[in-house]
Design a protein around this ligand. Structure first.
Ligand code: FUB
Ligand code: ZN
Length: 682
């Protein structure tokens, strides 16, 4: 850990993303997703699963108003808890003052307001801001006088608050509330929600800690760890950083808090807990985090935790914590990462599987997990700018994260398989979690709003800064401003990423500026060229250019993007004898729309790959007005015989020569239902 290289994300207000690729995604979020999401969290989307989110806030706000008006002690309605998901008996007429939905339903609002905050930072919109302000008024009206803010318990009864940290997501709601509040504050300068988030964080900080009589627990679903760090960075209040560190260090200590908590709950109900209902590894609580070296359990929780650990390590200079992050990172990247940048090999527990278990058709690869991996990668880069972190960040971002949203921004994937046969998805119960058509919304709507908040803040993943270095990690086209001392430098980036690796960075500055510009050299290119007249140093896949920058100076970067044919480590049983194709940051896949059904009958024709005019080639393709590149390659297709005997004596099949067409993985399932496969036999 060398503090000289530590950095923080630039403010969105210092940036603009103007290229066709990302600007399109950001605009989709602004014009389609944010308004749609607002309707969704207000249960106004016909045919979509209700969110109940804003309704729950309204019910909680009414309860709080009654309490304030009567001046009496707050007596919540005495409902028995219905468990994880309470649904109304009659959806058309929900009972007036009940909580509905998942225990973490409040986070639908928090993620929406976070995306709104990022969007407003770059694109003022008084109408949207007014809607957001009114929503914030409602949310704040639901807060209890001592700062608590989770409608599940405000409505159901505060007597049970903080008694089920493992499953009931209160601290997850806190984390998302903080993230949303900070983004809205930074985007608009308005601090009402930020104060509410601080109030909730203070409530928790007062009740958690090593002191006797305080709660020694930690979040069942991580995120508060990184959110509290962010709150600390915005407010300067050390207690938030301390609380984050407490949560990180308490996790996995003995006696295990979650087991003890469940035992206590059972005892209160007059029962004896014979066996904990959940393995602590699911929550990454099986051992202290500093001793962990394998990414296990629920994948989103895991990478959110590791992100918080990296944040805390950076701010406290905690080397052991950073080393744990590095071990966990390496474990993911070497043994548990899909070629699409997805993570989570099994739907059982939405979790990491064992090493090298990366099934293609039953993959979970939740969109949120890829987003969490992007968070983790950016935080590792902030500590140690090494291209290998940015490579994975880019891989997750351009492939699984973007695949999570349709090209028209109107439907979403939660699960991102690498191989799909529609009939199997529809008829095979083992594939119940896999959809081959994107959904409009989800009852558990974690993924779509997560895409919205990441896409609208993508500039903060492209550029980070320290006092005297501006880092470019991703080659978005647009600009970023950086103050070096009392001078401002504007870096204007002309880029056609991800299709073309030629990038021109032009400097604009009223006065000459002394400083260092660091540019990442992607790991997928062999022959990178960086032209500049400034002093050059290379370190861990970054080129550092130091000097006196004048208006009009340029840095020209060339990152050739050959088509790469990748094979997995042979320990990945699923992929043996198969290859996947990538070019630059993009992973490709075959779709039925281009190649016909029965993709499993295809294989790459190795003998023709090297022949002039027959090998791999690129062709432009347009889907929904969105320009992409397709790859073509020589292939062979085994013919299907007449149906007959299931087994027969082996004979070398008489394969037909075909051309295989591949499209970017993120663009699959935009042309109607059909098969898809990332890996192809060779
Ligand atoms: O538990 C909250 C969110 O719902 C998780 O992050 C997702 O995996 C989904 O289970
Ligand atoms: Zn999700």
């Amino acid at each position: 850990m060398n503090q000289q290289f530590f950095s923080t994300p630039v403010s969105l207000r210092q940036t603009a993303v103007t290229d066709d690729f990302w600007n399109r995604a950001i605009e989709l979020v602004r014009k389609e997703v944010i308004p749609y999401q607002w309707d969704a969290i207000n249960d106004r989307v016909p045919g979509a699963a209700p969110s109940w989110c804003m309704r729950n806030f309204r019910v909680a706000a009414h309860l709080m108003r009654d309490k304030r008006q009567k001046g009496a002690a707050f007596v919540p309605p005495s409902y028995t808890f219905r468990g994880f998901e309470a649904l109304p008996e009659d959806p058309a007429h929900p009972e007036e003052d009940r909580f509905y939905g998942f225990v973490f339903q409040d986070t639908d609002f928090s993620k929406w307001i976070e995306a709104v905050g990022y969007s407003l930072a770059r694109h003022p919109d008084p109408e949207l801001e007014k809607i957001a302000d009114e929503a914030i008024d409602l949310v704040c009206a639901a807060q209890t006088e001592d700062g608590y803010l989770d409608t599940y318990y405000i409505i159901n009864g505060m007597d049970a608050a903080l008694t089920n940290l493992r499953d009931h997501h209160e601290l997850y709601c806190l984390g998302h509330l903080i993230e949303g509040a900070v983004a809205y504050y930074q985007g608009t300068g308005k601090d009402k929600l930020l104060k509410a988030a601080c109030g909730f964080a203070d409530y928790i900080a007062d009740r958690f800690g090593p002191e006797e009589g305080k709660c020694h627990g930690y979040p069942g679903h991580e995120i508060a760890e990184m959110a509290l760090v962010r709150l600390y960075e915005v407010t300067g209040e050390e207690r938030y950083l301390n609380l984050s560190r407490y949560f990180i260090d308490q996790r996995g200590q003995e006696p295990n808090y979650f087991i003890q908590e469940e035992r206590d709950r059972a005892a209160r109900a007059g029962q004896v807990l014979r066996r904990p209902s959940t393995d602590p590894a699911y929550h990454q609580a099986h051992k202290p985090v500093r001793e962990q070296d394998e990414a296990v359990g629920h994948a989103v929780r895991a990478v959110y935790l590791y992100s918080g650990m990296a944040d805390a390590a950076r701010l406290t200079g905690d080397k052991a914590l950073f080393e744990a992050c590095s071990r966990l990172w390496d474990n993911i990247v070497r043994k548990k990462l899909y070629v699409t940048g997805g993570i989570g090999g099994t739907h059982v527990g939405e979790a990491f599987s064992y090493a090298y278990d990366l099934p293609n058709d039953t993959a979970y690869s939740e969109t949120c997990a890829a987003i969490g991996l992007v968070f983790f990668a950016r935080r590792m880069l902030q500590i140690s700018p090494e291209s290998r972190y940015a490579d994975v960040m880019e891989q997750a971002l351009y492939n699984t994260v973007l695949a999570g949203m349709a090209l028209d921004g109107k439907s979403f994937f939660y699960v991102n398989p690498l191989s799909v046969v529609p009939e199997a998805c529809e008829r095979d119960k083992r594939l119940q979690h896999v959809k081959h058509v994107r959904q409009k919304w989800f009852g558990c709507a974690c993924c779509p709003p997560n895409i919205a908040r990441l896409a609208s803040s993508v500039a903060q993943y492209a550029w980070t800064e320290s006092e005297d270095i501006l880092y470019t990690h991703l080659y978005l086209g647009g600009f970023v401003e950086k103050r070096f001392g009392d001078q401002t430098l504007k870096l204007d980036i002309a880029s056609r990423f991800p299709w073309d690796g030629h990038v021109v960075a032009t400097i604009h500055a009223e006065q000459p500026v002394n400083g260092t510009l660091a540019f990442r050299v992607p790991g997928w290119t062999d022959d990178a060229r960086v032209s500049s007249d400034k002093e050059r140093r290379d370190r861990s896949g970054y080129v550092y250019l130091t000097g006196r920058w004048q208006d009009g100076d340029t840095v020209v970067l060339d990152f050739p993007m050959p088509i790469r044919m990748l094979t997995a480590d042979p320990r990945v049983r699923e992929d043996i004898g198969k290859v996947a194709f990538t070019r630059g940051p993009i992973t490709f896949c075959a779709e039925e729309a281009d190649n016909g059904a029965n993709l499993h009958l295809l294989r790459v024709d190795r003998t023709r790959l090297e022949l002039p005019g027959e090998g791999l080639s690129i062709k432009p393709q347009t889907t929904f007005g969105h320009h992409t590149l397709a790859l073509t390659l020589p292939g062979l297709r085994q013919p299907l015989p007449e149906e007959g005997a299931l087994y027969h004596p082996f004979a070398v099949p008489d394969e037909e020569q075909v051309t295989i067409t591949l499209i970017p993985y993120y663009a699959w399932a935009n042309r109607g239902p059909g098969e898809m496969s990332v890996f192809i036999r060779i």
